[in-house]
Design a binder for this molecule. Structure first.
Ligand code: GUN
Length: 283
């Protein structure tokens, strides 16, 4: 029977540690970590994610606030807002919730964030640092996946890791992290030929596609470790991952559920990165 990887429990432990470290930081240095979340437009999923992020920050003792800008805000205004936040000494982290409205170039906005405040790890400097093996901020979801593997004592050395999905936010950074742990990494995507033939070779399978229940039991090697990054809301309102969980459980060795798998780890890593950002500001 397959073991469930309990992301919610690991995330809770991390949040408790961060809470203690935050209290010490205040006591010893008089500093309160500060995170600003910029939300442009009214994407319903983004609104929920942002609410959870700010709530988690406040719970561990950070200062956190959302700056809400309307969907018709100009790109220039978003860039000006970021420039101001870059200069604020009490703001250690800046997060721009994606996706942005179509008229705003994501690339421009991400590049405007000071790399030292880029707690999402999306800035090209931070992506470059990750790729060269000297990471500063690692994107929260891939970082959370890595922490889960470490927490469960999974040896990545020499294992075949297959990542399905090649996004800048998940697929590419998780591939780099697994590579640095000496896994042999294959990145698959929508144009991959014989996808199931490749995923069936995976000792570690990461599903980051964005399609509900896309990974079926025939695509999984017996005993494989499966990380499901997907968060898909069905018409019924039920949230499911990119993996057909019930079917996968019969064949995988370990699996992350949705919800309570990778999702809570994303927020825990955002807190980790924000605390780390305090140190960079005084570097
Ligand atoms: N949209 C979906 N995931 C993320 C994330 O991790 N960070 C930001 N900023 N936007 C997202």
């Amino acid at each position: 029977m397959c073991q469930i990887i309990d992301g919610a429990a690991v995330a809770k432990k991390i949040r408790e540690e961060i809470k203690k470290d935050t209290q010490l930081l205040l006591k010893n240095k008089g500093i309160i970590p500060g995170l600003i979340v910029l939300l442009v437009g009214d994407n319903p999923a983004s609104q929920i994610y942002v609410k959870h992020k700010v709530k988690a920050c406040l719970e561990v003792g950070f200062n956190s606030q959302v700056i809400k800008l309307s969907a018709d805000t100009s790109e220039e205004h978003v860039l000006q807002t970021i420039n101001k936040l870059n200069l604020e000494p009490e703001i250690h982290g800046i997060l721009v919730q994606l996706p942005l409205p179509e008229h705003i170039r994501e690339e421009k906005v991400i590049a405007a964030i000071s790399p030292k405040k880029d707690v999402d790890g999306f800035h090209p400097i931070n992506m470059g640092k990750l790729l060269t093996g000297k990471p500063r901020f690692v994107a929260c979801t891939p970082f959370g996946c890595l922490k889960l593997l470490e927490e469960y004592g999974i040896d990545m050395n020499g294992k075949h890791a297959v990542v399905v999905g090649r996004s800048n936010i998940v697929g590419k950074p998780i591939a780099a992290l697994l590579l640095h742990k000496n896994a042999t990494v294959t990145v698959c995507h929508s144009r991959t030929v014989n996808l199931a033939g490749i995923t069936r070779q995976a000792d570690i399978l990461v599903a980051a596609i964005g399609k509900p229940k896309f990974i079926t039991d025939e695509m999984i090697k017996p005993g494989a470790i499966v990380l499901d990054v997907g968060i898909n809301r069905l018409a019924t309102g039920k949230v499911v991952g990119d993996v057909d969980f019930a079917a996968a459980c019969k064949i995988a060795g370990m699996i992350t559920p949705v919800p309570r798998g990778v999702g809570p780890m994303t927020i825990a890593m955002l807190l980790t990165n924000t605390l780390k950002a305090v140190n960079y500001l005084y570097e």
